[in-house]
Design a protein around this ligand. Structure first.
Ligand code: FAD
Length: 490
């Protein structure tokens, strides 16, 4: 390490960067996070996280803090202008991760919980007001230059992760191009503080009204959000005027029930970076992908990136794995993100119709589909992993592995019984783990007694004696326990 200031330099202290930093610190990988601002980004952004993300937050030690300020999402409906149901997603059941399927949050509160945890973790280093300027890389790593309040500083690291948002100066400096997927819609976003929740909708709504497509969603921490599509001819200045916003809110009859907190104009884009890794440079979060917010998945996707990437970096840096393992990052994550971006675009195209004739046609087709039971509104699934570090051909490889939980108070959850890292659950004997880094657990292990029947059920369904689960809770493979351990070796 003498040649380096740290093993991994993360540029950007948003939700992706801090989550990745927490994972790496917990794994003992020397990490520095450099963030250009002093404080958390203050404007309205994420309002929703799904159940898998709460499990990620659990793994970095902040699920309870975030859940204390969040609200269960429940139903998500797309309605016609006269309030007929076009789509109705029932997100009331718990997800496979052991947490509520859909959770309404306040992004700055979530980020504050992550930063508080980072400050408490031994050795964590967040350099605030360090703005990335440029970098050079060679065989030994990367040297990055920062503008700081004390002048220019440099950091030398083995790897640099650009978690620096949509504009990503790191992506730019690495010369990585971005694909524009052809979605660009301007919207006004309005966050309010709630004084009387009884006067607000108890579900999340997309009002597919061609006169003014509108989103109305719950948030955590005593807030509620509206988003309004901006019409041609309206300027940012027009729509950010408080009287204009009061007029937009009038049909919702919420005067006195809410007060305006924050407002912002955004262009919603869909874009994917062509390369998520170039030598020692990796991209994560909005730096690698952007999507319109209709599926509530932008930040979620960045946090999935962090969960996918940390253990690969740790295996290469600490476990002697070949550095080509990092190529599996994009191979695994990009199809998942593309699936989610496509869903977000589809939802966006459904909502953002302003031509009355086209809207009438859309309504007629979707209402007919719904009447015929063809509406695609079951629980949204997130695409499994189909390439990369999985044992192809074995049952369940690449699938998301559930987290059984107990109904005790407080609930026990599988990951709390296993700890971080790869785990082998076996009902066919426990082979020695050797130097594989895998934790081998017999189903009779008292630490996971509450999960035994669920784990056994998984193995029976997949006709396997054992399953090896990766640190990000995707299945590496199933089958004979000794064979799985051997196949996992770096
Ligand atoms: C209106 C709206 C609603 C949304 N709703 C949802 C939702 O419901 N659910 C969801 O999951 N997502 C949602 N999103 C998306 C979500 O907000 C983003 O995907 C998420 O913030 C991306 O996190 P990130 O850490 O990758 O990037 P960012 O949050 O953008 O963080 C990047 C960080 O990098 C820093 N940085 C930039 N340049 C430099 C530099 N030169 N040097 C050092 N640091 C730098 C920035 O200051 C910033 O702190 C929404 C977004 C919008 C706009």
């Amino acid at each position: 390490m003498a040649e380096h200031d740290c093993e991994v330099l993360i540029v950007g202290g948003g939700p992706t960067g801090i989550t990745l930093g927490l994972f790496l610190q917990d794994a003992g990988v020397a990490t520095i996070i450099a963030e250009k601002e002093q404080d958390i980004y203050p404007l309205p952004r994420g309002a929703h996280i799904d159940h898998e993300i709460v499990r990620i937050l659990q793994n970095v030690g902040v699920a309870d803090a975030v859940m204390a300020t969040s609200k269960t999402g429940g139903r998500y409906e797309f309605l016609t202008a006269d309030r007929q149901i076009l789509l109705s997603f029932d997100w009331t059941e718990p997800g496979a991760s052991g947490w509520p399927y859909s959770n309404m949050i306040h992004q700055p509160s979530l980020e504050a919980a992550l930063r508080k945890r980072l400050a408490a973790v031994h050795g964590a280093r967040l350099h605030a007001q360090w703005a990335f300027q440029s970098m050079e890389h060679d065989d030994g790593g990367v040297t990055a230059r920062f503008a700081t309040p004390d002048g220019e500083e440099t950091i030398r690291a083995r790897y640099i992760v650009g978690a620096d948002g949509a504009r990503s100066p790191v992506r730019e400096a690495a010369g990585i191009a971005i694909d524009d997927l052809g979605f660009d819609e301007p919207w006004l976003v309005v966050d309010t503080i709630v004084h009387d929740p009884s006067r607000l909708p108890d579900r999340n709504l997309q009002i597919c009204d061609p006169a003014r497509p509108t989103t109305c969603v719950m948030m955590g921490n005593g807030r509620h959000r509206w988003e309004f599509m901006i019409k041609p001819g309206e300027t940012s200045e027009d729509v950010l005027d408080d009287r204009f916003i009061a007029n937009l809110l009038k049909p919702w009859n919420v005067e006195g029930a809410v007060s305006l907190e924050r407002k912002a104009v955004y262009h919603f884009y869909a874009r994917l970076a062509k390369q998520w890794r170039k030598g020692p440079v990796l991209l994560a979060g909005d730096a690698a992908h952007q999507m319109p917010p209709f599926a509530g998945q932008g930040m979620c996707s960045g946090m999935r990136d962090a969960a996918n990437l940390w253990w690969k970096l740790a295996e290469v840096i600490q476990g002697g794995a070949d550095d080509r393992l990092l190529d599996a990052y994009q191979a695994e994550r990009e199809p998942n993100v593309r699936g989610i971006v496509d869903m977000a675009i589809l939802m966006g195209r459904t909502v953002c119709v302003t031509d009355p004739a086209a809207a009438a046609e859309r309504d007629a087709a979707m209402l007919a589909d719904r009447a015929a039971g063809r509406s695609p509104d079951a629980q949204a699934g997130y695409p499994p992993i189909s390439a990369g570090r999985i044992l192809g051909g074995s049952a369940g490889a690449g699938a998301y592995f559930p987290q059984p939980w107990s109904n005790d108070e407080p609930a026990l959850r599988l990951d709390d019984g296993t700890g971080a890292g790869a785990v082998l659950f076996s009902r066919g004997g426990t082979p020695p783990a050797g130097n594989s880094g895998v934790r081998v657990m017999d189903l009779a292990d008292p630490a996971i007694a509450f999960a035994r029947s669920a784990l056994e059920g998984w193995l029976v369904r997949h006709d396997a004696d054992a399953v090896l689960v990766r640190p990000d809770h995707y299945v590496f493979g199933s089958g004979d326990p000794a064979r799985l351990i051997a196949a996992w070796q770096p």
